[in-house]
Design a protein around this ligand. Sequence first.
Ligand SMILES: [Zn+2]
Length: 91
Amino acid sequence: MYKLRNFMEEAVIYKTNDILKIMNICKCEKCKLDIIAIALNDLPSKYVVTQIGELYAKVNELTQQFEVDIETSIVKAAVQVARSPKHDIEQ
Ligand SMILES: [Zn+2]
């Protein structure tokens, strides 16, 4: 069974978790998803057709090609979200 996936989405989700570990900002679900959304809007979509289980090899391969762009967009997005977080006040 084949699936159409935007590999950039997988790569950004994966890298955001890594980058947030070393940044001193809010890591709640809302802020994390805001960062991912902003970074993805900034990056080109990269659609790939994969079979189940095949995606991660492709993500690794393509993440390396776009590593600098992906990291730059995530850090920019994280700084933007940290400046004006949209999470509920009680968090
Ligand atoms: Zn937050």
